[in-house]
Design a protein around this ligand. Structure first.
Ligand SMILES: Nc1ncnc2c1ncn2[C@@H]1O[C@H](COP(=O)(O)OP(=O)(O)OP(=O)(O)O)[C@@H](O)[C@H]1O
Length: 331
């Protein structure tokens, strides 16, 4: 549905994006993940024909953004980082106004309005003034205006910025629900957002794509060992020697959690990449009589993937010097 090829943009001397390539299949949700200034907004503005690229091109539903911008715009709904809302209009008035601007035929405006209100759960506030709505509701109005002409593709620039945690969950759920019917590209600098809503992640850093893949495959790409978390009933009986002696086990990792009050214990076993120790591990735990409660493989988090990919580019010291808040991509 979307094909981006060798896209580049300069603002004078500043290279905002350089040789950006990715594709999005029909109905897929793609997260465009990167720190502030990475080039996300620039890419989205080019894709939505708001701004020309300096080099390369992109196709949306088979139409080239340079050769057929009107065809592209017809198929795209755009939620910019600051959606242009009119506070003195009611939600319905505003959406009908946008529908007309976007060329929805007069006889179809009513149906388009009903559909957008329903999809974005705005029925209850249709007659309220936009200026009186909460930020979460205003963001839904922003989404509704993006989809009022029922476009194949939705481009959403940081759709949850400035919302409270409850509103964030609601908007993410809404976006997830729109996938399948719409192809969605969403930009974010928040890792859990990419994990929560998308099937595919493009990581951009300093204007260049550093990875494009599914989260699972990105994790696999940077994985250097297998990790399994084991929870046992009798934590006090645990003897590390019994585990490290299993063939293929490299080390036991420090426990992430304190031993729980009820005596349970959790430990993480790191083993050679590609070697499946699960059977032997479970046997050993049972033989030792610790009471096996849970055993689960640990995936590498997207945060680790991001850090590793950008660290390779920036150099270890520089990356190590930048502290990262939980869930945030380092700048
Ligand atoms: N109009 C402009 N003129 C000059 N430089 C610009 C302009 N717009 C963006 N830039 C620069 O291009 C680079 C990419 O910016 P862009 O806004 O695309 O990044 P972003 O990933 O969307 O970041 P943010 O999340 O902060 O919006 C940055 O270095 C930015 O300073």
């Amino acid at each position: 549905m979307i094909e981006v090829v060798h896209l580049g943009k300069r603002y004078g001397e500043i290279v905002a994006i350089d040789d950006v390539n990715f594709s999005v299949a029909k109905g897929e949700i793609l997260a465009f993940l990167g720190p502030n200034g990475a080039g996300k907004t620039t890419t989205m503005r080019i894709l939505t024909c708001f701004m020309p690229a300096t080099s390369g091109t992109a196709k949306v539903a088979g139409f080239d953004i340079f050769e057929s911008p009107m065809e592209v715009k017809r198929r795209i709904g755009y939620l910019p980082d600051n959606p242009p809302l009119y506070p003195e209009m009611t939600v319905s008035e505003y959406l009908q106004f946008v529908a007309k601007i976007k060329g929805v035929a007069n006889q179809r405006v009513k149906a388009a309005l009903a559909s957008a209100l329903e999809k974005c759960n705005l029925g209850d506030v249709a007659r309220r003034l936009i200026g009186n709505l909460s930020r979460g509701y205003r963001q839904r109005v922003g989404l509704a205006q993006a989809m009022i002409h029922n476009p194949d593709v939705l481009i959403l620039d940081e759709p949850t910025v400035g919302l409270d945690p409850k509103q964030i969950i609601e908007i993410r759920e809404l976006i997830k629900g729109l996938g399948g019917e719409h192809t969605i590209v969403l930009s974010t600098h928040i890792l859990p957002e990419a994990t929560a809503v998308s099937q595919k992640v493009v990581i951009i850093n300093r204007g260049r794509i550093v990875a494009v893949d599914s989260q699972e495959r990105l994790s696999a790409q940077v994985r250097k060992s297998e990790k399994i978390s084991v929870r046992v009933r009798r934590g006090e009986a645990f003897d590390p020697e019994k585990i490290v002696s299993i063939e293929g086990v490299q080390q036991l990792l420090p426990q992430p959690a304190q031993p729980s009050m009820n005596g349970e214990g959790v430990f993480i076993v790191e083993s050679e990449l590609g070697r499946d120790i699960r059977e032997e591990l479970s046997k050993r735990v049972v033989e030792c009589g610790w009471g096996l409660l849970e055993m689960k493989p640990l995936a590498v988090s997207l945060e680790e993937v991001f850090l590793q990919l950008t660290t390779e580019e920036k150099g270890v010291e520089e990356a190590a010097a930048a502290p990262v808040a939980p869930g945030e991509v380092p700048a």
